[in-house]
Design a protein around this ligand. Sequence first.
Ligand SMILES: [Zn+2]
Length: 264
Amino acid sequence: MGYQRRGCGMWPKAGRLYIGDGVKIIGLSAVYVVSDDLGIFFMPITITFLGHAGFILEGDGHVVVIDPFLTGNPLAKTRPQDIQCQHIALTHGHADHLGDTVAIAKANNATVYGAFEIAEYVGGQGCNASPGNPGGKVDTPFGFIAFTQAFHSSSFEGQYMGMPCGLIIHMNGVTFYHCGDTSLFGDMKLLGEIYQPDIAAIPIGDRFTMGPALATKAAELISPEVAIPIHYKTFDLLVQDASGFAPQDIAVRVLNPGQVWQYG
Ligand SMILES: [Zn+2]
């Protein structure tokens, strides 16, 4: 029995379990423990794109919602009351990211992960809050959420919401890097080397974030297996399609709002 994985050794990565020569087990529905190497076999995750910068990640019974901007999002296909989750992770406090967080968190008794000031704000609204900041990592029942830097701003209804962040979410051995709203920065390469993301969600809408050309460079620095373009088309001010987002040697997965994709 052997175990094959990507990863840098700092934490377990998704892999495939092999029995004998070339007998590969895939598509199992539970986490398996094996005796070699890091000793854990991981299952795929299900990714739902909510539109704009929002996602639902699901794996092994855990559900994490990222930046649930649904009410007021002209492209959203999902209603806040239809979301069931235990966790909500926020990149920053702007209304197109914080969105329906408070309502969803209260309805689900979910924990909200975000920058310190965001955690203070949602805590004051009656939500369970778990604060972080760039460079920090929070262990969770499904793995961890790490906060990275992002070059942007962050406020909600005139109130300062702390540092904008990217989020690295490790679930079921899959690493998902949501860049948040950000410009290009050179340490994306370092984050790629350290966390080795399987998937990166990268803003391409221009004006407030990278446009397609810089986002292409960002994807090449991060070097995930799959890059998902986000934060475009939602409003007239943003780039309307993903055709200019074309990183070399990286699969681009364009997801429409409401679309579900199983990775792994
Ligand atoms: Zn935004």
